[in-house]
Ligand binder design. Sequence first.
Ligand code: ZN
Length: 342
Amino acid sequence: MELSQVEQYATGAHASLATCDSLEALASWHQQHLAKAGELTAFKKSVGKVAPEERKAFGMGVNQIAGKLEAAFKQKTTELKDAELALRLASENIDVSLPARPHRVGGYHPLTLMLREICGVFRDMGFTVYESPHVELDEMSFQLLNIPKHHPARDMQDTFFVSEDVVMRPHTSPGQIRAMRELGPGPVQVILPGMCYRNEDISARSEIQFHQVEGVLVGEHVRFSDLKGILLNFARRLFGPDQAIKMRGSYFPFTEPSVEVDIKCTLCHGEGCRICKHTGWLELLGAGLMHPVVLKNGGYDPTKVRGIAFGLGVARLALLRHQIEDIRLFFQNDCRFLSQFQ
Ligand SMILES: [Zn+2]
């Protein structure tokens, strides 16, 4: 065994150390060369095979080579660790100068906004809000509103029955009776906003639940012209000061006479377009003078007082206001749709 053999080996070991590019590669290099079972240890142990007079020089030479390899290994370890740290710092770097992502805050649903606006307009005209139950007696929902059992007018809507005598209210009208009985016998001027339920096929025009706002005005001097004035004012507040309304004769069991009220098409202003089906008018709500039977059931003498009533769909108004063609959009809760109303 000659020292030159060890030197030759060391040259190779230094070269392979230089090619280590990760801490894992470095560990296996250490295993091969510097560990207890490594090649360098084998050289150290081979000192017995060296001629006795050369043993000292050989031993010193090997130790020197070992020292250099150890030092090179430590330096390489430091280099690789530094490089890994630098890489990690670079990848985890936070750019504090980047603009922040906008923090999205919630907003009111377009139907809530519409409902509040409607209530606001009627409040300005002196109406107060009266709330009545969603789950109602059949008596309140139909019988006292001049729709006895088996009356054909019951087929105007398909009602959800909770039991034989209890329904999910199909309209806000039962609130008329409740309001008159609670607030009468003096004048009553209330709006009844709330959710209503009908077993209808869901389509672009109808949902099984929907908001209605009902209006009731009862008093000795109430006349049909009050209804016209109130509704014209309402239409103008919502759709602009030049808005016109049109009344068409209609039928509801709880009003007599009954009318349906149209507004001039908000899109074509009466010229005729696709939205108004070229009629120039859009259906707004149903209304009328309260039927004497209903007034009587509310606790009034129909020969002494008169009442007017109207009922409108909140979603319908929102459709008209925003020129939306599908009512289902309001209930799908797609933020891309809803955020347009914030
Ligand atoms: Zn039109």
